[in-house]
Design a binder for this molecule. Structure first.
Ligand SMILES: C[S@@+](CC[C@H](N)C(=O)[O-])C[C@H]1O[C@@H](n2cnc3c(N)ncnc32)[C@H](O)[C@@H]1O
Length: 360
């Protein structure tokens, strides 16, 4: 995998493998889990800024096939918009409590699609003295992550940053290497989540646990129905839903429909960062096929009273910064009707976002 064209300097080719070895970083433990020969220190190739970010080296076209501007040229903006460490501390704690992890001491952890590090700092906090391997295809996001870790004074022998396409974990990581694998909002960006889950299984130690946080079709298709109702009712009402919100509702309806198609060979997926919205049984069947002992799926919230309202608020805030309370009452009543109609148990089933816990 070495000696390839490397991003972000398009078209530039690198020859000899650098002399710098991972062992020189004092991470004795890393030697047993990483195929060191497969990696280069990007600092030696792209400049000091990228020092200590390791990579098997990818062609720009390989990167472009998986990720787009929001994760590359607009990485700073993306990281700022989505950084929410406190939220991730609570999500991860809930997942590990659910998984009945008893011991929160030193673990070997693989974090997939780490981005700017929403899951990395919480994991370092939850699992004392652990070693975390952070991975992402975007060197821009890994660079932001490395600055965060320095800013928070995290010991540099407790983490390693690796640029990698996580469809190819097996080329970089050895089998039976990790106690925990974590993926925060990553599987729905992949062409082949099953391939990645299979490789997670092999990189996990016996009794290892993998946990992922993903969007689900069940609740989102109900939201899609509600948004379609609002779009048609809007034509009849005097007090209108703003055009920008109607556009977002239309986009969401369209987006859910495209992403719920299990066949990802359509060219449109080459342009979309968000490729999936999952069905519960997608994970249950895959976990069973691969050989995981168990697969549990839990909603990301414990507050079900205003479940569909809360999710709609999040969509409007993140997409156009719109305040939900400013929607006409009649449109909020449509969403409220779903919140009143479905019991907590039904809402658990109709989850919009969920945590998947797989035990080896
Ligand atoms: C929604 S972000 C999540 C980032 C982080 N886990 C968080 O929760 O903030 C998805 C991340 O997956 C990365 N990604 C997408 N496809 C990838 C792939 N094939 N291999 C590795 N990383 C990938 C993107 O660059 C991006 O950082």
């Amino acid at each position: 995998m070495v000696n390839r064209t490397l991003n972000p300097k398009k078209g530039e080719t690198f020859g000899a493998k650098s002399n710098c070895e991972i062992t020189s970083m004092g991470h004795q433990e890393l030697v047993g889990i990483i195929n060191m020969d497969a990696l280069e220190n990007l600092g030696n190739l792209l400049g000091k800024k990228y020092d200590d970010i390791w990579s098997p080296l990818y062609k720009q076209s390989e990167i472009n096939n998986h990720i787009h501007d929001q994760f590359t040229v607009n990485a700073q903006e993306y990281a700022k918009k989505y950084q929410n460490i406190e939220y991730w501390v609570s999500l991860l704690r809930a997942a590990f409590n659910h998984a009945k992890i008893k011991e929160f001491g030193k673990k070997m952890i693989l974090d997939l699609g780490s981005g700017a590090g929403n899951t990395i700092l919480p994991l370092l906090e939850i699992f004392n003295n652990s070693i975390i391997i952070a991975t992402d295809l975007s060197v821009e996001l890994l660079y932001i992550l490395s600055n965060h870790l320095k800013k928070f004074d995290v010991k540099n022998n407790s983490y390693k940053l690796i640029q990698c396409d996580i469809h190819e974990l097996n080329k970089i990581f050895k089998n039976n290497s990790f106690d925990i694998v974590v993926g925060g909002a990553i599987l729905h960006h992949l062409y082949d989540p099953k391939k990645v889950l299979k490789q997670c299984y092999y990189t996990l130690n016996e009794e290892g646990i993998a946990t992922f946080f993903e969007p689900f079709e069940n609740g989102n298709l109900l939201l899609s129905l509600l948004y379609q109702l609002i779009i048609s009712q809007n034509k009849l009402e005097k007090e209108k839903v703003p055009g920008s919100v109607i556009n977002i509702f239309k986009q969401l309806v369209n987006d859910f429909e495209i992403r719920s198609n299990i066949n990802k060979s359509n060219d449109i997926f080459k342009l979309l960062d968000d490729k999936w919205i999952f069905k519960r049984n997608y994970f249950e069947d895959i976990a069973n096929d691969i050989g995981f002992k168990s697969c549990e799926i839990e909603p990301l919230t414990t507050d079900f009273k205003k479940y569909f309202e809360a999710q709609s608020k999040t969509y409007l805030r993140l997409s156009i910064g719109f305040e939900y309370a400013k929607l006409p009452l009649w449109s909020r009543e449509i969403i409220k009707l779903a919140d009143i109609t479905f019991s907590e148990e039904m809402k658990r089933d109709l989850l919009t976002e969920g945590c998947i816990i797989l035990k080896k």
